[in-house]
Design a protein. Structure first.
Length: 664
C-alpha cells in the first residue's frame, strides 16, 4: 500500500520484489522535493491463455506530496499508478502518514481503481460531479495512452498500515490492503481473500533494505531495495586522483626560469616545459601565445569530467612554469580544435586564494568567462595532425522483449579519431560481438510504417563485425555564440548520409537554439558498407533551456525517419558531477493504431560518469536509454557530436556550476 513519504530530493531508488507467481522491478526517482516518478516492470506467470501465457507489463507512477509532515499534522500525498500503461495496476489514491514518538508510523488513505476494490463504497467525489460514481472500462488497447477518464472515478475503498521501529535497523509492519488482486485471482488463482499483510524490514549498514512479508494469509514475499544519492560517489567524497600540482613560491619559479631560451639560456622553452607538464595532467596544449605580460594557452581536456577542474590545473601549471613577469593568464577550452570558451584570471589571485576556505568561488568572482571564436593558431608544433584511439570491451542491452526481458551483447570495440587540422574530425567505431543474445529474438516487425527502427533485431542477427559509425566532420565557429557542424558518412548503426547543424548558444545564457537537416539512407543489415533502398530527408529545430535546480528542458520539432512530423519533449535532471537522469516522449502525426504497441515513443535515460563510479577522473560516461518498446514512429537519426552536448561542458553555465572543483 502507498504512503505519503518521499525520498530525499534527487535520490534514485531501485526495488525488486517477488511473491507467488509475480515478480516486479521498480525504479523511482525523486524529481522534485515533493514529486517522485516510478517506472515498473512486472512479470505475472500464467496470466493469459494465449502464448506465451505470461504477462510482461510496463507502467509508470507519479506521486505528489501535498503537505509535509509537521509536529502536529501528517504528511499528505496523492498519486496515480499505471497512468499510461495497460491499466493492470491502474489506481489512484490520497494518503496520510504520521510519525509518533519516533518509533511508530501510521498511514491511512483512500484508493480508487485497483486500490478501491475491497469493501468499497460510493465515491465521495460524486458530490462534485455524478460522473465520479462510475469508472469507465479499461480501454488501454496497446498501452501508452493516458487513462485520464478513469482517474479518481468509481467505487472507493480505505487502506491503512502501521510500522513500529524496533531499532535503527529493524522494523515491524502490518497493513490492511484494499487491493483484492482481482486480475491475478481470476487468471492465476492467487488467493487474496484475507486483507492483512505482515512484514519485517531490515536495513543493512550499506543502505540496502530487505523486507519479508506474509501476504493475504496465503503466501510469502520478499523485497530488496536500495536508494542512492547521485550527488554522492559510491566510494565516498573525494577521489583517487593524484593531488593537483601545488603552487610554487614565486622566487622559486623565477630561479627555475633563468635558463629559458626566452631569457638567453639554453634550456627547454617555457612552451615546451608547459606542454609536457600539461600532458602529464591529461591536458593537451594546442595553442600558446605571450604578449604584453599575458600568457594565452589553448587546451583540450582529455581527462577531467569537470571543465573547471581542467582550468584550475592548467592555471596552476602555468603559474609554476612561466616567468613571474607574466601576470595574466587566458585559458581557452577547445575540442578537436573547436574553440568553446575562454577563462581569464590573474596570477596573483591564485596565490592569494589558494588556501582560502572559499577560494574557488572567490577566484570565480575575480575571473572572466567569455565566448571564444578563435581556434589554435599553429603555434604548438606537432599539435596537428592528432590521432587518438581506444580499444576495449563494450556491453549493450535490450529490455522488455516478451520472450526474454533482458537481452545483451558483449564484445570488443575499437574507436579512432583523426584530426588532421583544427575542426576536421575523422571518426570511426567498430565492434566485434563475442557473447550475444540480441540475435536470438524470433520476433518480426509488424509495423505498418516504414521499418526505420523496428527491424533492429535483423541488424544484430546479420552482422558479425559491426561498423557503428564511420564519418568525416567539420566543426567551426561561424560567429559569436554560434557553432556549426557538417558530417558525412556512415552516421549510425542503421543509417548513412549527410548531416548539417547550426547552434546558437550565448555564453552564460540558459537558452540555446539549434537547427539540423539530414539526408539519411538505410544501411544493409550486415552493418558494413552497403545500403538498402529506403532514404529520407529529416530535420529538426531544437530549443534547450537550463532551469535552476539542475533541470534541463529540450524540445525538438520536425520530421522523423518514418516521414512523420511532430515533436520530442525531454526533461533531464543533471547534477554538477555529470550524473543525468531524464525522460522523453515523442508525439507525431502517426496515430496510436499506426504506431502499434506503446502508442507513442517514450522512455527514460541515464548518463553516469565513470568517474562517479570509480573515483578516478575520466570523461567517459556510461549511457543507457530504456524504452518500453522500440517502434518506427517518432524515430530520430542518431548523429555523433550533436553540438549542444558537444560544447555544453565547456560553456560558462557548466563552468560556473562546477567551479567548486577549480582547486581540485
Amino acid at each position: 500500500m502507498p504512503t505519503a513519504e518521499v525520498l530525499p530530493d534527487g535520490n534514485l531508488a531501485m526495488t525488486g520484489a517477488v511473491f507467488e507467481n509475480t515478480a516486479r522491478g521498480t525504479l523511482t526517482f525523486q524529481l522534485l522535493p515533493w514529486v517522485y516518478g516510478s517506472f515498473r516492470y512486472a512479470y505475472i506467470s500464467d496470466f493469459d491463455d494465449t502464448l506465451p501465457g505470461s504477462l510482461y507489463d510496463r507502467s509508470f507512477d507519479i506521486h505528489v506530496r501535498l503537505r509535509q509532515e509537521t509536529e502536529y499534522g501528517p504528511a499528505v500525498g496523492v498519486g496515480l499508478r499505471d497512468f499510461g500503461g495497460t491499466g493492470v495496476y491502474g489506481s489512484e489514491y490520497i494518503v496520510l502518514s504520521k510519525t509518533f514518538a519516533d518509533r511508530w508510523k501510521v498511514t491511512g488513505g483512500m484508493g480508487w481503481g485497483r486500490l478501491g476494490e475491497r469493501n468499497s463504497f460510493k465515491n465521495p467525489l460524486a458530490v462534485i460531479d455524478d460522473r465520479f460514481e462510475t469508472r469507465p472500462e479499461n480501454d488501454a488497447g496497446e498501452g501508452g495512452k493516458l487513462s485520464a477518464d478513469q482517474w479518481f472515478r468509481g467505487p472507493a475503498a480505505l487502506f491503512g498500515g502501521v510500522e513500529y521501529k524496533v531499532n535503527d535497523r529493524l522494523s515491524v509492519l502490518a497493513e490492511y490492503s484494499s487491493d483484492t488482486y482481482s486480475y491475478e485471482t481470476s487468471r492465476t488463482g492467487f488467493d487474496a481473500d484475507f486483507p492483512m499483510n505482515f512484514g519485517l524490514n531490515y536495513r543493512f549498514e550499506n543502505g540496502v533494505n530487505l523486507n519479508a512479508y506474509y501476504m493475504y494469509g496465503s503466501t510469502i514475499g520478499f523485497q530488496l531495495s536500495r536508494a542512492i544519492d547521485p550527488r554522492r560517489k559510491p566510494a565516498g567524497p573525494g577521489g583517487i586522483d593524484e593531488a593537483p600540482p601545488m603552487l610554487q613560491p614565486v622566487d622559486r619559479v623565477a630561479a627555475a626560469s633563468w635558463n629559458l631560451p626566452e631569457r638567453g639560456g639554453e634550456g627547454l622553452t617555457a612552451r615546451d616545459v608547459l606542454r609536457a607538464r600539461l600532458e602529464s595532467q591529461g591536458l593537451r596544449m594546442v595553442g600558446y601565445r605571450i604578449a604584453g605580460g599575458r600568457a594565452s594557452v589553448e587546451v583540450e581536456n582529455n581527462r577531467y569530467d569537470a571543465a573547471a577542474q581542467a582550468v584550475g590545473r592548467t592555471a596552476r601549471i602555468m603559474a609554476n612554469t612561466l616567468p613571474p613577469e607574466i601576470e595574466g593568464f587566458e585559458i581557452t577550452l577547445t575540442r578537436n580544435g573547436l574553440p568553446i570558451s575562454s577563462v581569464t584570471l590573474a596570477r596573483g589571485d591564485l596565490y592569494e586564494l589558494e588556501h582560502d576556505l572559499d577560494g574557488s568561488w572567490r577566484t570565480l568572482a575575480r575571473s572572466q568567462i567569455r565566448d571564444e571564436t578563435e581556434g589554435p593558431d599553429g603555434s604548438v608544433e606537432g599539435a596537428y595532425p592528432h590521432v587518438a584511439y581506444r580499444f576495449g570491451p563494450y556491453a549493450r542491452f535490450s529490455f522488455f522483449d516478451p520472450d526474454d526481458p533482458l537481452r545483451y551483447e558483449i564484445g570488443a570495440a575499437f574507436t579512432a579519431d583523426y584530426v588532421p587540422r583544427p575542426g576536421i574530425l575523422l571518426s570511426g567505431l567498430a565492434r566485434l560481438p563475442i557473447f550475444s543474445t540480441l540475435d536470438d529474438t524470433t520476433r518480426v516487425s509488424d509495423s505498418v510504417l516504414p521499418h526505420v527502427r523496428s527491424d533492429w533485431a535483423r541488424y544484430a542477427k546479420e552482422s558479425d563485425i559491426q561498423i557503428n559509425h564511420l564519418t568525416a566532420s567539420y566543426l567551426w565557429r561561424p560567429g559569436k555564440d554560434l557553432f556549426a557542424r557538417v558530417t558525412a558518412g556512415y552516421l549510425e548503426e542503421m543509417y548513412g548520409g549527410f548531416s548539417a547543424e547550426l547552434l546558437w548558444y550565448p555564453s552564460g545564457d540558459q537558452l540555446a537554439l539549434g537547427a539540423e537537416i539530414n539526408y539519411a539512407k538505410q544501411r544493409d543489415f550486415d552493418m558494413l558498407f552497403g545500403f538498402q533502398d529506403y532514404d529520407i530527408v529529416t530535420g529538426h529545430a531544437s530549443a534547450y533551456y537550463d532551469f535552476a535546480g539542475d533541470y534541463r528542458l529540450q524540445v525538438d520539432a520536425g520530421r522523423y525517419l518514418a516521414g512523420d512530423w511532430g515533436a520530442t519533449l525531454s526533461l533531464d535532471r543533471e547534477f554538477n558531477n555529470g550524473f543525468r537522469i531524464g525522460a522523453f516522449a515523442t508525439f507525431t502525426d502517426v496515430s496510436s493504431e499506426e504506431f502499434g504497441e506503446g502508442s507513442f515513443d517514450k522512455g527514460i535515460r541515464f548518463e553516469i560518469p565513470v568517474a562517479w563510479m570509480t573515483g578516478r577522473s575520466t570523461r567517459t560516461k556510461a549511457e543507457q536509454t530504456i524504452r518500453p518498446i522500440l517502434r518506427d514512429g517518432g524515430a530520430r537519426l542518431q548523429v555523433e557530436n550533436r553540438l549542444y552536448d558537444y560544447v555544453r561542458e565547456e560553456r560558462a553555465g557548466r563552468l560556473v556550476g562546477q567551479w567548486g572543483r577549480f582547486y581540485r
